[in-house]
Write a protein that binds this ligand. Sequence first.
Ligand SMILES: C[S@@+](CC[C@H](N)C(=O)[O-])C[C@H]1O[C@@H](n2cnc3c(N)ncnc32)[C@H](O)[C@@H]1O
Length: 256
Amino acid sequence: VSLVGAGPGDPDLLTVRAHDRLRAATLVLHDGLVPEAVVDVARSAERVSVARRAGPKTLSQDVVIDLMVDAAWRGERVVRLKGGDPFVFGRGGEEMQGLSAAGVPFEVVPGLSSALAAPALAGIPVTHRGAASGFVVLSGHAPEAYAPLLGTITPRSVTVVVLMGIGERRAIARCLLEAGWPGETPAAIVVNASRPRQRVWVGRVNTLGINDDFGARDDPGVIVVGDVVACASAADILRAGMGEEQIWQPTTIQGH
Ligand SMILES: C[S@@+](CC[C@H](N)C(=O)[O-])C[C@H]1O[C@@H](n2cnc3c(N)ncnc32)[C@H](O)[C@@H]1O
């Protein structure tokens, strides 16, 4: 079994190894966030969606592990395909432990995480001399996930990258303000990074969640907070060939 990171969505951003494993696979178990164009690389494999958000058809983690274990013992070449990197909020660790407990040989093929790819594709360096010498990646799906961690970070000391936080972005902004981050700290949202409908909003912590019409709720998005956002020459980089993207409030940031 190969636990493979699919990157942020554009098949061009698969690693060479991920591409090879998909080509050689006979069975691909993929998450809902992985676009069809990536799954299609596995030309000769049976493909099964094991999306956790598939409503009544949702498969539990144990069932996914059992599927992998059974297929491996049948002699299939299994690829467990996950968006971004398998070990960044992807439950790859649990699946690795499940395979290990079942005695199934496996490998991990790292992928390009949206935590890095989304800012990069929007022209935002997560570290930048004079602006941030480090970055923190956290889950924004619920206050229990982000509030305790945000409370420990010295305001403006690092870049904060939030995954799964679009629905909570206003609460996240409030949390940052309460922790002492200045309201004018630059902030960005990058939705559908590397995909045809990539969009970037650039603003400030005190406008996050207020006038950042981010589009369809199901679109995956990353929030970036910190002075590095002001480095983004978003207009230039996005005009350089992504097609349908939109830039919201591209002129909000002035100087830095
Ligand atoms: C369950 S997490 C999985 C993260 C994944 N393992 C990774 O390393 O990118 C899903 C979250 O990743 C982020 N995400 C994944 N793909 C994205 C993309 N193409 N553009 C923006 N955000 C993305 C969103 O925050 C989404 O809610």
